[in-house]
Design a binder for this molecule. Sequence first.
Ligand code: PXP
Length: 237
Amino acid sequence: MRLSVNIDHFATIREARKSREPEPVLAALLAEQAGAEGIVCHIRRDRRHIKERDLRLLRDAIKTILNIEMAATEEMKKIALDIKPDVVSLVPERPEELTTEGGLDVLANKNALEAHIRELQNAGILVSIFIDPNLEQINTSSQIKADRIEINTGKYADLPPGEEQKNALEEIRTAAEHAFELGMEVHAGHGLDYHNTEPVAAIPEISGFSIGFSIVARAAIVGIDTAVRDMIDLLII
Ligand code: PXP
């Protein structure tokens, strides 16, 4: 699985006017038609973009993989067990943040997360944990038997081209190799766009990418089909 398209910001546009359009489910179907192999969305506690009705409609309508990002809370677990997405991606959530700011601290929340993950897995849901490229976080994610990690590429993506960005890329590579050796599926995402994705896509251990904002931004200008196809072209190595 290479590209999963995060459709949150189609819902953000809808919510800007509390309107009925654009319909995020239609965006998801068009993204699939353009070659996306999965659809991702993030249901937040404040429901600022994606809402339960979107999850229900997406679950019914899409033909690929539905991956719902959520915090590891009781409220969200109930939603997951009700909707039964193919994948739940556990992410940290700060109410005032504009977007997810960092990876989950698996070390600090090991026991609670382990129980949370097991419940989701017992319902047939694959569980991914969004973490920073940190070997200790990866080891702990493996110990609590997460199926997948998604490496946070945010730090890399925020840096201008140069030495620091190269180092951030190497951190991602080392983390991906380590997680892969431990037998976990490795994905990556956050802040990836049409300029910075190729070097990350060249890391062979990373089998999937979750990309949202840059695709929605390009889709607003050239349409979803072209935006998704342009990104898929960059992921071919
Ligand atoms: N992965 C995770 C865990 C995220 O929280 C997000 C943002 O919702 C993304 C990937 C996609 O990030 P972006 O919208 O910057 O492509």
